[in-house]
Design a protein around this ligand. Sequence first.
Ligand SMILES: [Zn+2]
Ligand SMILES: [Zn+2]
Length: 338
Amino acid sequence: MRGAVLYGPRDVRFEERPEPKITKPTDAILKISATCVCGSDLWPYRGIQPVPQPTPMGHEYCGIVEEIGSAVRSVKRGQFVIGSFSASDNTCPNCHNGYQSSCHHREFVGDAQAPYLRVPLADGTLVATQDVPSSDLLPSMLTVSDVMGTGWFAADAANTRPGTTVVVVGDGAVGLLAVLSAKQMGAERIIAMSRHVARQILAREFGATDIVSERGDDGITRVLELTKGIGADSVLECVGTQQSMMQAIRSARKGGYVSYVGVPHGVELNGEELFFAHVHLHGGPAPVRRYLPKLIDLVAKGKIDPGKVFDLTLPLDQVADGYRAMDERRAIKTLLRP
Ligand SMILES: [Zn+2]
Ligand SMILES: [Zn+2]
């Protein structure tokens, strides 16, 4: 088979790779129905995160179970399944507490931009849908594998409640779906920080009530103006830079909540500022597995349409164009079909 391999900055190749095989009795092999490029794939693509050797890419996936190991009980051949980038047993104490992305037996799934994928710990990781979804539902089902689950975690970890004011920092696909999640959780006011018109439009469609296009100190001033000088109840940081993190902490009200789901790159917090900020901080790699059943249900019932974040769909063999379009910000998110 052929799949995507990153060789170095801006060098993604679609090349021959070995077909995955069952290596442990707890594995499953999926025939991928759809996969995509993640905002976090852009860190190594842009050379911000080093690529020491050619690396297979892709961690968002859904597809049909092709083969299962002898110990797999909860999924069967022919079922449509969705899993997280973080394979988990779903039985250890961290999984029980809802932090499957910190499972004691966690394995990273990192080679999904290919026609076939091996998923470890299949019983704990994969969730089957009732039926094979129709092709119009497929993009939304795919988002549940990461970007939608991460947006949902952002809203959940920041204690989003009915009637509250929420700020979302970041207008990538995760930020946009954090807006959608906050809306679902009943936030009354959702302030999206975005400088890009196409993304502002989608943010409003997903439930944003206000747009702030300023960044840094000007952005914080604007949020304080919009919240009568108090700050927001919940701030969802969906970027991972020093500027976005500080913007999030300084936009929260005293006693407010800040979640952070953007993979941090060079973020450092000052203890004294944190001490006087009086905010709750909660973030990390999203425990997507916790939310899979609920989000699959919301998509299947047509209550949410997170697949709208895909504004570019390409055949898998054009994966390099998909990265380029996102890098150049011509696309919010690229869906790839084998
Ligand atoms: Zn991702
Ligand atoms: Zn576990």
